[in-house]
Design a protein around this ligand. Structure first.
Ligand SMILES: NC(=O)c1ccc[n+]([C@@H]2O[C@H](COP(=O)([O-])OP(=O)(O)OC[C@H]3O[C@@H](n4cnc5c(N)ncnc54)[C@H](OP(=O)(O)O)[C@@H]3O)[C@@H](O)[C@H]2O)c1
Length: 311
């Protein structure tokens, strides 16, 4: 009988609480596809949830052991509707489960991967790409406006830079010295936050996309023009940033990324056309997922971290 190796959060705590487990093959329900997962994305929310923090932990607290992984890319196992066995698909899996060899996903959450797009590039897009897309959309960024993206070198930031550039905006992105050349190559003016305060480097910004939150997000409000717009993406500090923005005459909003296959299709097309490029910093075998969590928690990732499933 085929087995299903997964990496599960067994208790809230440090990365070592992630443990491998063998389970039975999942059974697809009506409208679901069984996917043999090739790669999963590792996102900061996975580590926060494992640590018992935020909306993710609240949602799964009674479901442990629980398998994380909101990004998955792989191959369809069974024919369902428009999908045939062997089709390459990727999706934002709201129930999690990407950290495993097999998962069932709603047909409605999936996108086909174009032939020339790798699994690695495709699996980098559901959470990070959709977050970048939806943050810029929520901010209503227009051609000719200036946008400051905090954490331009990260999973979300490096895609947001490219999408903002494609919209015709004038893009600034904060990063440390080591990532300045990377961020510049994506089309942004890199602002090295270790060199001086951001508000000494840029101000009167129309739109701030805050991908750091907390003290850093709050300090960056001083770069924004009166009547400017802010989208603060880390949910844990969103209320704080929204409250701090109000007295400055700045409208700040929080967000939670939602699966939108039509947007994922558009992102996959942009990658296929070479208009957006995805940076994968490192791929770990599933069995080394603990190290992937140690690394994502440093907050120093350039682009994406991925897990590769065993055959
Ligand atoms: N609300 C939602 O639906 C949603 C969706 C996705 C992500 N998120 C949240 O959004 C945040 C970003 O996600 P992500 O996947 O892009 O994270 P990530 O890939 O882990 O971000 C890492 C990057 O952050 C940069 N960074 C760290 N501190 C910085 C600072 N003070 N100023 C500027 N850059 C800094 C690092 O660059 P340097 O090493 O150069 O500093 C690194 O490249 C996370 O908090 C995540 O949980 C929320």
């Amino acid at each position: 009988m085929p087995h299903n190796l997964q990496l599960a959060i067994t208790a809230f705590g440090g990365p070592e609480t992630l443990k491998l487990q063998q389970t039975a093959m999942p059974e697809p329900q009506d409208g679901q596809v069984l996917i043999k997962v090739a790669f999963a994305g590792v996102n900061p929310v996975d580590a926060k949830t494992r640590a018992g923090l935020g909306w993710g932990a609240e949602k799964i607290k009674d479901m442990l052991p629980w398998v994380p992984g909101f990004d998955a890319a792989g191959v369809v196992v069974n024919d369902v509707g428009e999908y045939k066995a062997g089709d390459r698909v990727a999706g934002r899996i709201v129930e999690g489960g990407g950290y495993g060899q097999y998962l069932c996903a709603d047909v409605s959450a999936l996108s086909r991967i174009p032939d020339d797009v790798s699994f690695e590039a495709a699996v980098s897009l559901p959470v990070a790409g959709l977050t970048a897309w939806q943050a810029l959309e929520l901010a209503g960024l227009q051609a000719g406006e200036t946008v400051l993206i905090l954490a331009g070198a990260g999973g979300v930031g490096h895609i947001a830079i490219q999408l903002a550039k494609a919209k015709g905006a004038n893009v600034y992105a904060s990063c440390s010295t080591v990532n300045s050349a990377f961020v510049s190559a994506l089309g942004a003016t890199a602002l090295d936050y270790t060199a001086s305060e951001l508000h000494e480097q840029v101000n009167n910004i129309n739109v701030l996309i805050d991908l750091v939150g907390g003290d850093v997000g709050e300090a960056a409000l001083t770069c924004v023009a009166k009547n400017g717009r802010v989208v603060t993406v880390p949910t844990i500090t969103a209320d704080r940033i929204i409250d701090a923005a109000k007295p400055l005459g700045i409208e700040a909003k929080g967000m939670l990324v939602v699966p939108k296959p039509e947007q994922l299709n558009a992102l996959l097309s942009l990658v296929n056309d070479g208009a957006v490029r995805v940076e994968v910093a490192k791929t770990y075998p599933l069995e080394e997922g603990v190290q992937a969590h140690i690394d994502i928690q440093t907050g120093r990732t350039r682009g994406k971290l991925l897990l590769e499933m065993p055959e």
